[in-house]
Design a protein around this ligand. Sequence first.
Ligand SMILES: [Zn+2]
Length: 470
Amino acid sequence: MTMTYDLRLHGGQVFLHGNGLTKVDLLIQDGRIAAIVEPGFEAAARETVELNGKLVLPGAIDPHVHLGKDIRVPKDSDDALLESASAAAGGITSMLVYLMSGESYNGVVPGAQQVMESDSHVDFGFHICVGSQDHVKEIPGYITDYGISSFKFFMNFRGEEGAYLGLPGNDDGYMYDVLGMAADHGAMINPHPENIELVWKLKGRPIDESRGPLAAWNASRPSFVEAEAVQRVAYMASVTGASVYAVHTSSTLALEAMRRQRESYGNLFVETCTHYLTLTTDSPAGTYGKVNPPLRETGDLESLWEALASGELDTVGSDHNARHRSFKEKDIWKASAGFPGTGGVLPLTLAEGLRRGIPLERLVDATSTRSAQLFGLYPRKGTIRVGSDADLAVVDLDGSYTINAETQHSGAEYTPWEGTEVPLRIVHTIVRGHFALRDGVLSETTTGTYLRRETSGATALATIAKEDQQ
Ligand SMILES: [Zn+2]
């Protein structure tokens, strides 16, 4: 009896680790890559899709997403539907969503999971933001009960800064506890690195607004505020043995601070976001481009590309935040921080990276493979190999499109990249064998499922190294 596969992807150039782009066909069965074969190989398939030389990449993974109108927790159907549509349209097949609450997450995770499973186009996992001693105590349970192995904490939540989430002010002693707990349980800490005491100090200074709103915002939170916090948490990681993942790294100074700490301690990882690679204080986005850390200057953007090319930078995420436009159309001091960006992670990083001559291998690593490895999803996700989930982004390098609110699908109804021409196009996004996006059109049905992740950081990497040896 011969096997009939669910789907055959024929005639593409498939990215295979170690080989780069390879002319092979993919045979998909039950949502997984069942076989990788020569284009002439005979096999029965219920459906064959012609790719005519288009690129087939591992589906992109956005490691940094916020959902929900208050950006704390996805609550409504459209929180999941619209924002995951944005992701799928941009070649994302999995996203990791930050949950933020002052209460125990035992009362938060199941509801958030249900909302996402009902309406998400892409697979999803969660990070949890810890802010109280009770949260720290519950970390082992969050790992075993929910498969959540990465935890954010806000270094800037001092004094009353975290009160809006019902969180007490923290200090370096709290950081020590959080890092120690993560180290003991194979988890990773994703700190928001900002020295808020410096921000408070700088608040009284007169700010030159003549260079526009984004330059003024950057001047109010200069990059040494970020770099000081990065070096402090990275040093404390080495003291406690924790893995630390610096989220949304935006500046030359923060990169340098991390580089110094990495000379003596290895379990330190660096994320940047698409906006720090493609926008600066000179961009025309105005207050739509307000974000924390702020958009920086051209020198910072160039440093980040160098770090991406060299491998010093681990991942690219979006810090997606579907803050509605009504919160952004104010002066720079009153506008809300954050904007939607998950739809741009793959197309913008890929287009600009290729233009700069960065090897495809590095770009795939930063937009997919490395996130899968660091967050306990590899090799199920992040690579095209037999047995892995059939999570794929099919890219047409001869296509193009213009970024605007419509092509981004987000409920936020704007994008800081409005009008940007992208010299490639995501044609299909395939999530476990299902076309979430087909010929540029989103699916009517959503199939996103929850991703348990038992380990993150150094513990996850050690598991991969062990399996590779066997
Ligand atoms: Zn964030």
